[in-house]
Design a protein around this ligand. Structure first.
Ligand code: ADP
Length: 167
């Protein structure tokens, strides 16, 4: 057996617009693999986010505040550069369905090209959350539906305020 290596640091990057129970499930299980988990909230995204960057960071901090092994920060630029900056050897992503696969695999290959020393690990969600996405939650909330089963109470309250204002 090899002697134990240095503590493993992982990065879970995403848009988190907003953070859902699916993300929370993935974060909890990532903590069984790495010692320290950075959750990187992406500023540069091709999507037009509903929530501002600071709000997305705040929501992830709210749902992870009890776990001292988690650090939540916004980042811009390349994910692999942020991973290097925080010393992450592994980038974690969720794969919900075949539909996620093609884009995720393309991104993984590009990231491996840019940073061959960083591993990319795909995790399957708990089946309860396999249908869940931030975009679906936003859509249900926009139409006035109850999203408490899918997001934390603090996130549900923010969604209610956001869409209550425009209804
Ligand atoms: P991005 O814009 O980078 O896809 P998201 O916030 O939508 O950001 O998702 C971040 C990561 O979390 C992605 O790898 C995505 O596949 C994963 N993910 C999103 N929802 C779930 C879920 N319900 N279960 C597991 N993984 C999920």
């Amino acid at each position: 057996m090899n002697p134990p290596g240095p503590p493993a640091v992982g990065l879970y990057p995403g848009t988190f617009d907003p953070v859902t129970r699916g993300h929370e499930d993935l974060i909890a299980r990532a903590l069984t693999i790495v010692d320290t988990l950075w959750v990187g909230v992406a500023e540069d995204t091709t999507k037009e986010p509903l929530f501002a960057l600071e709000e997305r960071v705040d929501m992830v901090r709210e749902v992870t505040r009890k776990e001292p092994r988690i650090r939540v920060e916004a980042f811009s630029g390349l994910t692999v550069e942020f991973a290097r900056r925080v010393g992450a050897r592994v980038i974690l992503r969720g794969l919900r369905a075949v539909s996620d696969f093609e884009l995720e695999f393309q991104m993984a290959l590009m990231n491996k090209h840019l940073a061959p020393e960083i591993e990319i690990l795909f995790m399957a969600p708990d089946s309860t959350y396999s249908f869940l996405s931030s975009s679906l939650v936003r859509e249900v909330a926009r139409l006035g539906g109850d999203v408490h089963a899918f997001v934390s109470p603090a996130v549900a309250a923010r969604l209610g305020r956001r869409f209550g204002e425009v209804r």
